[in-house]
Design a protein. Structure first.
Length: 173
């Protein structure tokens, strides 16, 4: 998988790509899950959805920036669709826990889909409605579905964390 800047998401090596942004708890595990998907061209972990410009990890951890730990995914839609990325998103965390995933607590660990266009918004809302009605979850889904805003890439030591340090810590649901 190549590393690229998210701004290059429209066209990588002559192929069409799309961008999707998800928050589902600790971004290390979320990124690792998306990196395993065929058709995912690149991932970046970072912060979005808040008010602080260029936040650091330490600032986000205070819970005062409003940002969520998130993963920006660049995918080849001819190989993996946005709907398939949504299916993975819903499967790797508990979307019924408010501001919490496993042992991680705080607004930075909230469940959120940051859509980049009206098609992504419609797909996310439709899937959430289907899941809510399915009875799979005993509690109400609390996942936010909101427009994508500025994505601030986290410090380099957070990028591909599990690949650099092994799979320890940051347990997914």
């Amino acid at each position: 998988m190549s590393e690229i800047e998210a701004d290059d998401a429209d066209n990588i090596a002559g192929r069409k790509t799309e961008k999707a942004t998800f928050a589902a708890g600790c971004f290390w595990g979320v990124e690792a899950a998306f990196r395993e998907v065929e058709g995912v061209v690149s991932t970046s972990v970072g912060f979005t959805g808040g008010i602080t410009e260029n936040p650091t990890y330490e600032e986000v951890c205070t819970g005062r920036t409003g940002h969520a730990e998130a993963v920006e995914v660049v995918n080849d839609p001819d190989v993996v669709s946005y709907e398939e990325l949504l299916d993975l998103f819903w499967s790797i965390h508990d979307p019924t826990t408010l501001n919490r995933q496993g042992p991680d607590v705080g607004t930075q660990y909230r469940s959120a889909i940051f859509y980049h266009d009206t098609e992504q918004e419609a797909a996310a809302r439709a899937k959430m409605e289907i899941l809510q009605r399915s009875g799979l979850y005993k509690k109400e889904i609390v996942t936010e579905i909101v427009p994508a805003s500025e994505f601030y890439k986290a410090e380099e030591y957070h990028q591909m964390y599990f690949e650099k340090h092994g799979r320890r810590g940051c347990r997914l649901w």
